[in-house]
Design a protein around this ligand. Structure first.
Ligand code: PRX
Length: 653
């Protein structure tokens, strides 16, 4: 299978934006050799109230001074003007968003004109609550149209949105609100999950209380009525969305933003410490997400495009909302889950809306693959022209299944490698120009200059295995960690001077194709959700019975990686099934259900060096059953401990 290369059918190539490898190479070379010229041509396709003074300015080397990345400096624009206003004349009645609700038959088509009006109206609500340019607004919502409306309303008036995935706990939400001192929180009464309504406002209340205890007052909480569940509304703070919009006009002038003004903050996990507030700025992010969207998904007028991500993650920000809307696309927003009411839901939805481009995550593909192809075969998927994958390496088995049963061996698959930090897709096939190999993200997008480094930071040539880094900025790159530029420099630029350090390992083959091999740091990827092992550890040790914890990722058939926690207890505590459930619950409360450990191993002790450092390398080997390659354990303070860990592990699995 690794030798297999897929060349998309000519019938699709005819109308493609980029038709051949030669065309790709020519544009790619121009983008690298003359980046300013290339990105000027791209940025010219957007509306600017005032043109920029310089295309890019940057310093990528800590040794030369502070890290600095600027694109289109001096330019003034507004991303919502580009996503909404400029389409009104020609496509006001065209559907901008198709909302496919949780239950079958529950849907809504929202035209560009309607979306424009909804955004203006809510922007006026925000203004009436005193929100001004530069203020932070937290958003904690399910996948309902009001979520997209809130983002765009913030962007329209220059407020900075900070979306917190609805699956995060009250604690996680409060930490994020506090870090950026959000003034307003927009949420909903509840979330529909399968056949049930799950409360959400209660979490928001707890989070706001926690903030208040820390001395930060969320001034206003706007609540959307989604499930009709009972909620407490705190007088003077909480208001209903539907009541607030009534009095507001459907006109709201845009705030002209500097290209380098912040657009949003999105928290993401790293190796150490609390999640970082990744900050993206207006101009570069707008250009990069719009352009990548158009070329990579080969989007043309009248296409129906569907990205199944949650807007709580970067994929939803860039490729459900901003990228598609700036290109005047019709983008589907799906509230539900892949297996409700049955495992045919994705395919029924593709059939229902005649979807042309479908973009999802390997974990979803693996889960659906396990249910059998009968769920796919029931539906007419002939509208599909392109498939996409994102979030983690796609294993060739899943690739093959996706290709065969969903794409019917005629649709190219774009395996897109990127990160919250990169704003948009970095390494990917262009579907009709670059042939695909299962499991490879293939080649860099325009303007992206990847290098593979060895451990000393020396660039490697030709076919090789190394650490993925990027030379020179691209417009969609994050600009800083919100309020903590030093951390930004330290995490991404200190390791290898002069390069952006991505945190992934990567192989390059003889054709120059890139194969992402996974993280080289202590970040794990569970069902495409990125998590710092340190975060889960700190959640575990905050339980009163836990003395120490070491968390690692292990291969998991469906999730890609599962969470394996080695836990030592305080002397007063004894391991039991009850304590095990308690610990799982505790992590859910501290972070959220996505961080629940799959395996908790009550360990008598952890393997440590004589200086007291936990030897994770050994734990990783134990968790993956590689007992024969533990390496040198003689440097351990107590080598005996390894034997008992192996015994316990065998009993557990
Ligand atoms: O390890 C890489 C993996 O996901 C990480 C980024 O996670 P996050 O910031 O949450 O963004 C996910 C969606 C863009 C990367 O460092 N990753 C993402 N896409 C791929 C991938 N690994 C392999 N192949 C991919 N296509």
């Amino acid at each position: 299978m690794s030798e297999f290369k897929f060349h998309a059918p000519d019938e699709y190539r005819k109308n493609a934006w980029i038709k051949t490898m030669d065309e790709y190479k020519q544009m790619y070379d121009q983008s690298i050799e003359k980046p300013e010229e290339f990105w000027t041509q791209m940025a010219d396709q957007f509306y600017w109230e005032k043109r920029w003074d310089s295309v890019r300015d940057y310093n990528y080397s800590i040794s030369k001074g502070p890290i600095n990345i600027e694109w289109f400096k001096g330019g003034k624009t507004n991303i919502t003007y580009n996503c909404l206003d400029r389409h009104l004349k020609d496509r006001g009645d065209q559907t901008a968003l198709i909302w496919e609700g949780n239950s079958i038959g529950e849907d809504r088509e929202i035209s560009y004109k309607e979306l424009y009006e909804m955004v203006c109206q809510f922007a006026n609500v925000l203004k009436s609550k005193g929100v001004q340019k530069g203020d932070r607004v937290a958003i904690y919502m399910p996948m309902i149209p009001e979520l997209a409306v809130t983002m765009l309303a913030c962007a329209r008036i220059g407020a900075i949105h900070s979306i917190v995935f609805g699956g995060f706990s009250a604690d996680a939400l409060s930490n994020r609100i506090l870090d950026s001192l959000c003034k307003v929180l927009v949420t909903s009464d509840g979330v529909m999950r399968g056949a049930k309504a799950v409360p959400l406002k209660g979490n928001a209340d707890t989070a706001m209380d926690l903030c208040e205890k820390q001395g930060h007052l969320v001034e206003c909480c706007v609540v959307v009525n989604r499930t009709g569940s009972e909620v407490e509304m705190k007088q003077g703070r909480d208001v209903w969305w539907h009541e607030q919009i009534q009095a507001q006009s459907m006109d709201c002038p845009v705030e002209w933003m500097d290209a380098e003004d912040p657009l949003f903050i999105l928290y993401t996990s790293g190796s150490t410490g609390t999640p970082k507030g990744v900050q993206h700025n207006v101009g570069g992010y707008m250009v990069y997400t719009g352009i990548t969207f158009r070329y990579i998904f080969d989007y043309h007028d009248n296409d129906i495009y569907w990205c199944t991500a949650d807007i709580g993650w970067v994929t939803g920000h860039s490729y459900i909302v901003y990228g598609p809307l700036s290109q005047g696309a019709t983008s589907i927003m799906f509230e539900g889950v892949p297996n409700y009411p049955d495992p045919g839901r994705f395919w029924a939805t593709v059939d229902k809306w005649k979807v042309n481009q479908f973009y999802t995550a390997p974990t979803a593909i693996r889960a659906l693959m396990a249910q059998g192809e009968q769920w796919v075969e029931k539906y007419d998927l002939s509208s599909l022209r392109l498939l996409g994958s994102v979030g983690e390496p796609i294993n060739p088995e899943a690739w093959k299944w996706y290709f065969k049963h969903v794409g019917k061996e005629r649709c190219p698959i774009v395996d897109t490698w990127w990160q919250t930090e990169t704003g948009g897709i970095m390494i990917t096939a262009l579907p009709y120009a670059i042939d695909q190999k299962p499991g490879s993200a293939t080649l860099p997008f325009f303007g992206v200059n990847p290098v593979l480094l060895n451990e000393e930071g020396k660039p490697l040539e030709g076919a090789c295995d190394g650490i993925l880094a990027i030379q020179e900025p691209w417009p969609g790159q994050m600009r800083t960690v919100y309020n903590n530029h030093e951390r930004f420099e330290k995490v991404y630029f200190q390791m290898f001077d002069g390069y952006y350090f991505a945190g992934d390992g990567c192989r390059r083959d003889e054709d120059g194709y890139y194969w992402i091999t996974g993280r080289v740091d202590d970040v794990i990827n569970v069902s495409g959700h990125r998590m710092g092992t340190a975060e889960v550890e700190s959640a575990l040790v905050s339980h009163k019975e836990v003395a120490e914890a070491a968390v690692i990722g292990f291969p998991h058939d469906i999730k890609g990686q599962g969470i394996y926690a080695f836990v030592t207890l305080n002397v007063s505590a004894t391991p039991s099934d009850e304590l095990l459930s308690q610990l799982k619950l505790h992590v859910r409360k501290e972070i959220g259900p996505i961080a629940t450990p799959d395996i908790i191993h009550f360990a008598p002790a952890l393997p440590k060096t004589r200086s007291g450092k936990i030897m994770r390398r050994i734990l990783r080997k134990i968790a993956t059953d590689e007992f024969d390659s533990l390496g040198d354990i003689s440097t351990l303070a107590d080598p005996e401990v390894v034997g008992s860990l192996i015994e316990n592990h065998k009993e557990l699995t």
